[in-house]
Design a protein around this ligand. Structure first.
Ligand SMILES: Nc1ncnc2c1ncn2[C@@H]1O[C@H](COP(=O)(O)OP(=O)(O)O)[C@@H](O)[C@H]1O
Ligand SMILES: N[C@@H](CC(=O)OP(=O)(O)O)C(=O)O
Length: 525
């Protein structure tokens, strides 16, 4: 993929707002963030906004989840109207509450009703067929981002910040022939987004484009191909298209912490993490940023900054590789260096963060030796693939396989039970539920001896039983599976041993000595 970014500043920042932020803090987003970043006596940037569908409280009860529930109901030929009414009422109450200008408010209510009528049409057609295609799911899902962005555009204009709604739900033409989400598809999207941005880039007057954080009907279906959290990827592609100086992902936390601050009050805010670390944290339970986001922006040398909507002046956390030059710099840092911490600061911490993921089941399969071991693994994965079951961790010997799988809902449990029946043909199967994965993540852990040992000894000292152990092939993740009821205790005790401020301070002596020894070595003493 060749985006050919220029190294000079473009004076554009792309700001992505998640669903719960739009739901809870819309006025702060407009007044303290969008207006602030674009004002002449402030950072004076051109701002492009990208929003996800609104959630008043949690993502699980948000608009996207509700729309997906409607798709489920339609596919079972059941009634979905009540949920559409809940979505309508929620958005209309919101318009009443926040939009003061009567004309803007009336237009917003009208646009909201029109979008929901369209969704009802798609769902009614699917209900008759008793089947909802992935294309229909995408069309229905896009309504969430449309409603949210219609509202945010109206709110910006209502509060004196000129903004224009940009609907991306048809950016991929229906006859587009790509069969996969590959580089050529992303190149096509970036080009199409450049065209959408062009009028804003060339405009004499500053107008904030508000992009629906939904980029159309992608080849494999957005939900299958990208999954929930797709707005991060959409924002990344917009950042690449405008060659932004920074992609800002605004959340309800100050940035990325050494652990979920809700579960570990001593968790520390990190200045910077690498894209690999951010991906691992997201895969293993800390929903930081969608893993597909990073590749797009980092190729174009655009740093990603995670920031808090409630604390806009905080520095946040930067996601950027520690061995790649930034936009505007010709050479990468040497020795490899995080953006704001020194080499020794980074070495000192070893592990970067810890995370847990609940709703895990472990399947143990002991081969009946009727197939050779290579056939044994191949058959297991064919069965799991058939039931769309994802394996988070695996540990194997020639005749025994243990796998940790996320089973977060009734549908995946049903698939697991169906797969179990087939797996029994291969050998004895036992399944343990209510487990949790604990993952210690850190790009620099491999330079240390004894981190895994400390992690597992700490769990043993707390009387926490380990069900399974696995170290990721990329060497930035050491994981184990424990009882879900122990997960908070495990997080807190490992954090205290390997990640707390106190641990780092006590390590300072050790590293001061290390540093001195290296100096002496350099001097040949
Ligand atoms: N290591 C971590 N650093 C920061 N937040 C974390 C971490 N692990 C888990 N979290 C949780 O992830 C959530 C992400 O922020 P939130 O604004 O709720 O997301 P969204 O933008 O998807 O709405 C926070 O509630 C936070 O408690
Ligand atoms: N609205 C979509 C896309 C998204 O990215 O959401 P959020 O930015 O709130 O995580 C979802 O719920 O998955």
């Amino acid at each position: 993929m060749d985006f050919q970014p220029t190294s000079s500043p473009s004076n554009w920042v792309v700001q992505k707002f998640g669903g719960t932020s739009v739901g809870k803090f819309p006025v702060q987003i407009v007044d303290d963030i969008v207006k602030h970043y674009s004002k002449p006596d402030g950072p004076n940037n051109n701002v492009a906004v990208v929003c996800s569908a609104r959630s008043s409280y949690t993502k699980a009860e948000g608009t996207t989840s509700r729309l997906l529930k409607c798709c489920d109901l339609a596919s079972q030929e059941s009634e979905f109207q009540d949920i559409i009414e809940v979505i309508r009422q929620d958005h209309i109450d919101n318009a009443d509450r926040f939009i003061l200008n009567p004309a803007l408010q009336a237009k917003l209510v009208d646009d909201t009703n029109k979008e929901l009528e369209l969704v009802k049409k798609y769902l009614n057609a699917s209900k008759v067929l008793g089947e909802v295609s992935s294309r229909t799911v995408d069309l229905v899902m896009s309504c969430g981002e449309k409603l949210s962005c219609l509202f945010m555009t109206a709110l910006c204009n209502d509060r004196g910040c000129k903004a224009k709604y940009v609907d991306l739900s048809h950016i991929v033409p229906s006859d587009f022939s790509a069969s996969a989400l590959d580089n050529s598809f992303y190149t096509f999207l970036v080009q199409a987004l450049k065209e959408k941005l062009a009028p804003f880039v060339s405009a004499k007057e500053r107008i904030v484009p508000v992009f629906t954080g939904f980029f159309g009907l992608v080849p494999t279906g957005l939900l299958n191909g990208v999954g929930r959290g797709y707005t991060d990827l959409c924002a990344a592609l917009i950042a690449v298209a405008v060659n932004a100086d920074e992609l800002q992902v605004w959340k309800e936390v100050d940035g990325i912490f050494t652990a979920d601050p809700r579960k570990v009050p001593e968790a520390r805010l990190l200045d910077s993490v690498t894209p690999e670390e951010a991906s691992e944290l997201t895969y293993y339970g800390s929903e930081v940023i969608h893993p597909f986001t990073m590749e797009q922006v980092i190729r174009a040398k655009i740093p990603i900054r995670i920031k808090n909507v409630q604390n806009p002046l905080g520095n946040g956390t930067i996601i950027y590789p520690d061995n790649v030059a930034k936009k505007g710099e010709s050479t990468p840092p040497h020795p490899p260096e995080n953006l704001s911490s020194s080499f020794y600061e980074k070495r000192k911490r070893g592990a970067t963060a810890i995370t847990t993921k609940n709703d895990i089941f472990v399947i143990n399969i002991h081969s009946n030796k009727k197939t050779l071991s290579h056939g044994f693994l191949a058959q297991i994965f064919t069965i799991l693939d058939k039931y769309k079951l994802v394996v988070d961790l695996i540990s194997t010997s020639e005749v025994h396989v243990s796998m940790a799988l996320p089973i977060p809902d009734a549908d995946s449990l049903k698939s697991l039970r169906q797969a179990e029946e087939k797996l029994r043909i291969l050998g004895s199967v036992d399944i343990t539920k209510k487990l949790s994965i604990v993952s210690l993540v850190g790009k620099h852990m491999k330079q240390y001896i004894g981190i895994a040992g400390t992690m597992f000894t700490t769990l043993a000292e707390e009387g926490i039983n380990i069900e399974m152990i696995s170290q990721g092939a990329n060497e930035i993740n050491i994981s184990c599976v424990i009882n879900e009821s122990d997960s908070i205790k495990a997080l807190q005790c490992i954090h205290a041993k390997l990640l707390s401020e106190r641990t780092n301070t006590s390590n300072q002596f050790e590293h001061a000595i290390d540093e001195r020894l290296e100096q002496l070595k350099r001097l040949g003493i």
